[in-house]
Design a binder for this molecule. Structure first.
Ligand SMILES: [Cu+2]
Length: 300
């Protein structure tokens, strides 16, 4: 979650605020509102969907007060890279609002709020945190060790526990949907999709593909669903998972994958892991140079 105001905006605003407060004795709330440049500002909002226009990809949302910017009101929003079909009237959402051009309000990072599911995911994340701390220096799980247990959201916003895959073999990797490097995440997803096709063609029935996002703030379930559907991915045994930021950081640590924020994207390493029916890591390929054929040979 990005705190409000985000550190970056905070830094941008600081000099302006200082100037304003030095020469204008208006109330702090007013001078702050005046200092916000709508074209650059981003706000974390919460609200309820009260109407939808699929043809324009717009949502009518009654949002709560946005401190120092806007009172609670109902507004029309364009949605960014999210699958529109998941939205329904009455859903409560959180999102980041920007104004790319005057009069256009864009929502990104949209999450559908569900207090019961969110509580379960947070509890699982806390357990994972604890486990990471207890493992200390031996946090990385080697081939031969059990994979970490987790509970995350899939692209449909449903909770998925690692236990769900018991009795099935899992091919797992980490990606993020905004990855701009064609040979990294986009290629990895294309190869996972090829692997899924080969598995089906060869009649292998116990394989699950799992891609966990390394960018959970942006890659919410509706964003992951759009990523999967625009690539024509069959979601019957291919899950795109996201969850609380701390859970993702701990999974990256335990699976020994590096991801560092870098200018609005991530610098990261790649690993593809094969997990057996009992939840044990039995094979690992580091980097982007793997072929679906190589994995299908192991799965046959
Ligand atoms: Cu990438």
């Amino acid at each position: 979650m990005t705190p409000f105001p985000s550190p970056r905006i905070g830094w941008l605003l600081l000099p302006v605020l200082l100037v304003l407060s030095a020469c204008k004795p208006s109330s702090p709330a007013k001078s702050e509102a005046a200092a916000i440049d709508p074209a650059k500002a981003a706000f974390d909002i919460k609200g309820e969907i009260v109407g939808l226009t699929p043809a324009n990809r717009t949502l009518l949302v009654h949002h709560e007060e946005i401190p120092n910017y806007m009172p609670a009101m109902t507004m029309e929003f364009t949605i960014g890279s999210a699958d529109f079909s998941v939205f329904k009237e009455g859903q409560r959402i959180s999102a980041r609002m920007t104004q790319p051009e005057p009069g256009t309000f864009l929502l990104e990072r949209i999450r559908i709020l569900d207090s019961e599911k969110d509580r379960i995911a947070a509890a699982a994340a806390a357990e994972l945190r604890q486990e990471t701390l207890i493992r200390g220096k031996s946090v990385h799980r080697e081939v031969g060790e059990d994979a970490p247990r987790f509970t995350l959201y899939n692209q449909d916003g449903n909770l998925v526990s690692f236990e769900k895959f018991r009795g099935r073999r899992v091919v797992l990797n980490f990606i993020f949907t905004r990855c701009p490097v064609a040979t990294m995440c986009p290629a990895a997803t294309a190869k996972m999709a090829t692997l899924q096709r080969l598995v089906r063609e060869q009649g292998i029935k116990d394989v699950e593909l799992v891609s966990i996002t390394l960018d959970p703030v942006n890659d919410t379930p509706p964003v992951l669903k759009a990523y999967a559907t625009t690539r024509g991915i069959d979601s019957s045994n291919f899950s795109f998972l996201t969850g609380p930021e701390s859970a993702i950081r701990d999974l990256l640590l335990q699976f020994s994958v590096l991801a560092e924020p870098d200018e609005n994207i991530f610098k990261h390493t790649l690993a593809t892991l094969l997990i057996d029916r009992d939840g044990r890591i039995i094979h690992r390929i580091d980097g982007s140079q793997w072929s679906p054929d190589e994995l299908i040979a192991r799965l046959r």
